[in-house]
Ligand binder design. Structure first.
Ligand SMILES: NC(=O)c1ccc[n+]([C@@H]2O[C@H](COP(=O)([O-])OP(=O)(O)OC[C@H]3O[C@@H](n4cnc5c(N)ncnc54)[C@H](OP(=O)(O)O)[C@@H]3O)[C@@H](O)[C@H]2O)c1
Length: 256
């Protein structure tokens, strides 16, 4: 069973999702199908990933109940003016063949377009019911503060994993009910051979990937590991019915 957290928008968001960057074509469809059949209900995509058509197709082929899944998409940084937000978003929905997304993110901040213009366009989509929750990605504290003054920001998606995390950003987000989604939660596998991670994994009789993901979800940080094999997808699901103890959490916090 995948735990969820409640966003400031009032909608629940599963703490585990499938990251789909670099999954394309048949490989993307296969990974999404395996994930869905294993119990994943949250999928992370973006205009930039060029895979929304395949994701939409396989979810339709599987006759998925739309209200049963949580889908995140993102508007790329070259399309943050009001008119480009609307046109890129419409293309996202067309490719997905969906009426709405659960969460729409500014993929990357851009100094070229005022944040007010972009977020007001996001708010319009929200008011039309085509975006359930609004969020940002790769924003620092100052930028989130600016964004929060314009629109309710449910999520900030940032790179976050053992050896690369910001307690200051986490404290700020927690205080203002901005959920954090950790991208690259496995540091693209590079953290999985770290001796501290391996020693905690051995103590817990879990895999290094499970320890890396558990460390995040125990902090109520959403994780979106990308996985394309059945064994990895299954491994990453098994992170909710056990706990790291305080000493293990502190040890993993201190990994540089
Ligand atoms: N907002 C942004 O700017 C941004 C930037 C980067 C990424 N993202 C999002 O974050 C997602 C995840 O990040 P990522 O794909 O860069 O890196 P990641 O999830 O940290 O790592 C993916 C790698 O880990 C492997 N893996 C997965 N589960 C494993 C397991 N249990 N044991 C061992 N290896 C395992 C995968 O292998 P296999 O594929 O062979 O299973 C793949 O090589 C992306 O897919 C994307 O949705 C967002």
């Amino acid at each position: 069973m995948i735990d969820s957290i409640s966003l400031i928008s009032g909608h629940p968001m599963p703490l585990l999702g499938l990251g789909t960057w670099q999954l394309r074509g048949q490989a993307c469809k296969k990974a999404v199908q395996m994930a869905y059949e294993l119990g994943y209900r949250h999928f992370d995509t973006a205009w930039l990933y060029q895979n929304q058509q395949e994701i939409g197709e396989i979810l339709r082929e599987l006759r998925v109940d739309r209200s049963d899944i949580f889908l995140t998409s993102k508007i790329w940084r070259d399309s943050l003016t009001a008119s480009l937000v609307k046109s890129q978003f419409q293309l996202c929905l067309d490719h997905l063949q969906m009426d709405y997304v659960d969460l729409l993110l500014i993929h990357w901040p851009s100094p070229e377009v005022p944040l007010t213009e972009t977020l007001n366009a996001f708010m319009e989509l929200h008011q039309q019911g085509r975006v359930k929750s609004i969020g940002v990605s790769n924003f620092d504290i100052d930028l989130i503060e600016e964004a929060r003054a314009i629109a309710p920001i449910s999520v900030n998606q940032v790179e976050c994993h053992i050896g690369h995390h910001s307690p200051e950003l986490q404290a700020y987000c927690q205080q203002h009910q901005v959920a954090i989604t950790a991208y690259c939660p496995l540091a693209k596998q590079s953290i999985l051979s770290h001796p501290t991670v391996l020693s905690v994994a051995e103590q817990q009789q879990r895999t290094a990937a499970q320890v890396a993901l558990r460390w995040l979800v125990q902090k109520k940080i959403i994780v979106i590991p990308k996985a394309s094999s059945h064994s990895h997808l299954k491994d990453n699901l098994d992170i909710f019915d056990w706990q790291l103890d305080d000493a293990q959490m502190n040890l993993l916090d201190s990994v540089n």
